[in-house]
Ligand binder design. Structure first.
Ligand code: PMV
Length: 356
């Protein structure tokens, strides 16, 4: 129990509406494996996106019923499918936000990116919802300060989905205690506070939609399998070493090193899946075709284009803004034929969440 995050108000508010928008994020150093409750096995590093975000509105009014009372609508429709995850989330956070037990809520959410595009939305969804909850807390406690507001929002969103805690932060974010980054924590994410060379300040991320169907294997299950994974300890050591290398690349502007770390992390994530017990594969044949084409393009064009992967078949192309035109041409001429219905989403490093 993290006592600093418990806020039990003597007062309640009769009604109100709060609204936040929060982006998705893409991890460069991957979080894969956790201990209860949502404590990462290794530190991860990501950047938040701009165009892929969730907007959430919470309307609440006083109520005397027992427990947490809410209704959830996604794109204006009830989504009972999401309620298990939400019930679990509210169960976990109610001790930190007991004021939620005194209200009933209508939660209305929508995503900027197409529904079922294979893009994970739990990070943007739980971060947007947690920011709304903190906005309610702020109504009860107007003295609440900005750094604490975001720290607790990150803390709460972590309990919904681990990677969500990084979406609260603009640009680069670190989650997970490490002696490489001062003040880092297992309980919430913080801005990456070391030097970042200019070359990394305008990163673009184009998400190639290889497969928009639902994952056959949930990330919850994947994380769980890391506890008994034959390469589990080695992976934790590797993640630490890769974090240290990416810090070095950020500081010096060494793009070659950056690419090596980012692609190693992506392939290791999937190697862990393929060597779990039971094993599983989330990449598709077109994922590999894209990876090979990226490698060819990088050599031929002397490019800084690289790729990373989430827990799915889609490929994130990471490149500096200066290469936007050539990479867009490459996508249209070569890569789009490997995408489902030719679909891809152009995004870039973002400015973080904001109140609507
Ligand atoms: O946040 P979760 O529990 O859905 O896990 C996500 C893990 C990866 O997206 C695969 C990696 C990461 O660090 O975001």
């Amino acid at each position: 129990m993290q006592d600093e995050f418990v806020f039990d108000s003597l007062y309640s508010i009769s009604s109100g509406v709060v609204q936040w928008r929060s982006p998705s994020n893409i991890a460069l150093i991957k979080y894969w494996g956790k201990k209860p409750v949502q404590i990462p096995s290794n530190s991860s590093l990501s950047f938040s996106l701009s165009k892929c975000f969730t907007s959430t509105k919470v309307s609440f009014k006083k109520n005397n019923k027992k427990g947490i009372n809410y209704q959830f609508f996604f794109d204006g429709k009830k989504k009972p499918r999401f309620e298990n995850k939400l019930d679990y989330f509210f169960e976990k956070i109610s001790k930190y936000c007991p004021y939620l037990l005194k209200v009933e809520m209508v939660i209305e959410s929508s995503n900027s990116f197409p529904h079922s595009s294979g893009i994970a939305s739990s990070a943007s969804a739980f971060s947007a919802l947690s920011l709304c909850i903190m906005e309610i807390e702020k109504l009860l406690n107007p003295k609440l300060e900005k750094p604490f507001f975001f720290r607790k929002a990150s803390f709460l969103s972590r309990l919904g989905s681990g990677s969500a805690c990084r979406s609260i932060i603009e640009k680069f974010s670190v989650w997970g205690k490490t002696d490489l980054i001062s003040n880092s924590s297992d309980f919430f994410a913080l801005p990456f506070n070391l030097k970042i060379h200019n070359s990394f300040n305008d990163l673009c991320d184009t998400i190639l939609i290889v497969d928009k169907s639902e994952k056959e294997f949930s990330s919850t299950k994947g994380h769980e399998l890391m506890n008994s994974h034959i390469f589990g300890d080695a992976r934790i050591r590797q993640a630490k070493s890769n974090l240290s290398l990416i810090i070095e690349a950020f500081e010096s502007g060494n793009y070659e090193l950056f690419i090596k770390v980012v692609e190693t992390e992506a392939l290791t994530l999937h190697a862990m899946m393929m060597t779990s017990n039971p094993y599983f594969i989330l990449m598709k044949p077109n994922t590999l075709k894209i990876i090979n084409s990226v490698w060819e393009f990088r050599i031929k064009e002397n490019s800084k284009l690289c790729f990373t992967l989430d827990a799915g078949a889609n490929v994130h192309l990471i490149y500096p803004k200066s290469e936007q035109d050539s990479v867009q041409r490459f996508i249209l001429e070569v890569l789009s034929c490997y995408c489902e219905n030719g679909k891809f989403i152009n995004d870039m490093i973002g400015t973080g969440p904001f109140k609507l």
